[in-house]
Design a protein around this ligand. Structure first.
Ligand code: AMP
Ligand code: ZN
Ligand code: FE
Ligand code: FE
Length: 299
């Protein structure tokens, strides 16, 4: 098997397993490569890279950036961006500040609804030992709601309160998808539109793939139907972008794996090379655009 699962979450965001555990599970699943794509943070990458040496699996450094278009959450995956780039890191930090205030608004909204959830309880659910660059997300709020007995499962927490359109859903002021793509490109990475099948907005997705805005689209995803997968693979071919795939693994709770087990969705390992090639092109473009070269760089 020469496969790559390019979408997994760790304890650096709302995953349940440490980055090194994801890498170990990828090895056990026989994968050649695993992407670490936490929400709005690259805090899990160093540990994952370390584990790559132990387990003999290639780690594809990634991030999943939250954006919005027309009031709809759109996630953009970034691969091979320079996670030491101070500008990129400052941009991700700004995303986390927006996320933190969104989380507080969700808790306030829940209290208005009569659900007496405290922020402390959310932090308990998220794990008190979180690093400063690790993110708290709705699954942690859902977990806190389960622990206080307000709901009986994470899914019920989303269905009753937290999902889009539900009473405690809060859409914060988010950047546009094209802005996240530009951030990733400026950090020398390749940008991929995550799980397009979840948006019901193929026009938006196509607009991002047209004219080389994004480098790829996540055709294979745990929440996609076979028909979705075909449609987005065709779309990738039509626009000459990379068709990626991943499980969106968040871990297993009470026998249920969110969104799928590691390796349950994947792409051919060649796709990793294609993303790396795209990232290299972005890096070259960044160098020739950089100020201070007198504007005479050849193209
Ligand atoms: P956040 O980035 O904090 O808004 O949380 C997003 C995460 O919540 C996603 O990665 C999913 O794992 C989870 N999620 C979002 N919507 C749902 C839903 N309707 N049902 C279950 N989980 C969801
Ligand atoms: Zn998540
Ligand atoms: Fe996502
Ligand atoms: Fe995800």
């Amino acid at each position: 098997m020469n496969r790559a699962d390019l979408h997994t979450h760790t304890t650096a965001s709302d995953g349940l397993h440490k980055p090194s555990d994801n890498v170990r599970m990828a090895a056990e699943a026989g994968l050649a490569a695993i992407g670490i794509t936490d929400h709005d943070t690259v805090a899990g990458l160093d540990e994952a890279r370390q584990a790559a040496r132990t387990y003999g699996v290639e780690v594809v450094p990634g991030v999943e950036i939250s954006t919005a278009h027309d009031g709809q959450d759109i996630h953009i995956l970034g691969y091979f961006a320079d996670d030491r780039d101070p500008v990129f890191l400052a941009r991700l930090a700004s995303q986390r500040r927006v996320r933190d205030s969104r989380n507080e608004l969700i808790v306030a909204r829940l209290n208005e609804l009569g659900v007496r959830l405290s922020w402390e309880a959310v932090l308990d659910a998220a794990g008190r030992d979180r690093g400063p660059d690790e993110t708290v997300g709705r699954p942690h709020i859902a977990e806190a709601l389960v622990r206080m007995g307000a709901v009986s499962s994470l899914q019920e927490a989303f269905d009753r309160y937290l999902a889009e359109g539900k009473p405690a859903y809060v859409l914060p002021p988010r950047i546009a998808p094209a802005e996240a793509i530009a951030w990733i490109h400026e950090a020398g990475g390749a940008a991929v539109v995550a799980h397009p099948g979840l948006y019901g907005a193929d026009d938006t997705v196509e607009a991002l793939l047209r004219d080389g805005v994004a480098d790829g689209v996540e055709a294979y995803h745990s929440d996609h139907t076979a028909e979705d997968e075909r449609r987005y693979a065709d779309m990738a071919a039509r626009y000459g972008v990379v068709a990626t795939g991943g499980s969106d693994f968040h871990g297993e709770r009470k026998g249920r794996v969110y969104h799928g087990p590691i390796g349950s969705r994947s792409a051919d390992a060649d796709v990793v090379r294609a993303l790396m090639g795209r990232a290299k092109d972005r890096r070259a473009a960044r160098l020739s655009d950089s100020p201070g070269d007198g504007g005479t760089a050849s193209d």
